[in-house]
Design a protein around this ligand. Structure first.
Ligand code: GLN
Length: 182
């Protein structure tokens, strides 16, 4: 199994470390030729969604990526990566997202929460995080914190509003890998 990590901007290195810890091969995408290497799944990290979107377009990766996701490439988006899949960005997931949704004071916080398919609570680090306001009927809600949807799944698209790559717990990444190998 080989996982590509979009490395245009943001917290990509932490995802790479996570995959290393799990013994999974990965490579970073910095340009179109990196993107075109064979891959079984792709991670879109947190960062700044406006910047990531612009770079995807400038580097001519956007159309290939959108098509690959629509054709079933497994993808895991964290935070800005979640935003990238909504209708204002790659438009591959049926979710309505609110950016910087917790306001200035509460933008960054830590908690532990339930995650459907993982049997005990997982650590959740939120950084100027979005949340999901509503989901379409093909989307499965995986986690709700304080009444807000913070993780969801649509076919092979997994998103979290928090950053599982910033904690030691590897279970959300393992969850994604199980989707990749399903
Ligand atoms: N606030 C960022 C955005 O709107 C997301 C923050 C993050 O990825 N940690 O793109």
């Amino acid at each position: 199994m080989k996982i590509a990590i979009l490395a245009l901007q943001g917290a990509f290195e932490e995802h790479r470390q996570m995959l290393l810890k799990l013994g999974v091969e990965s490579f970073l995408i910095r340009n179109l030729s990196d993107y075109q290497q064979p891959k079984d799944g792709l991670i879109i990290p947190g960062g700044e969604s406006t910047t990531i979107l612009k770079l995807l377009k400038d580097l001519s990766i956007y159309d290939f990526l959108k098509k690959d996701i629509e054709n079933g490439l497994p993808v895991f988006g964290t935070c800005a990566g979640l935003i990238m899949l909504d209708s204002n960005h790659l438009d591959t997931m049926d979710i309505v997202v609110k950016r910087n949704a917790y306001g200035r004071q509460l933008g960054s916080f830590y908690c532990e929460g339930e995650f459907s398919g993982i049997d005990t609570k997982i650590p959740m680090t939120f950084i100027r995080a979005p949340y999901i306001v509503s989901v379409g009927q093909n989307v499965k809600v995986l986690s709700v914190v304080d009444g807000k949807i913070v993780a969801a799944l649509q076919n092979k698209q997994l998103v979290t509003a928090f950053h599982p790559e910033l904690n030691e717990d590897t279970r959300v990444h393992e969850y994604f890998l199980s989707i990749v190998s399903a």
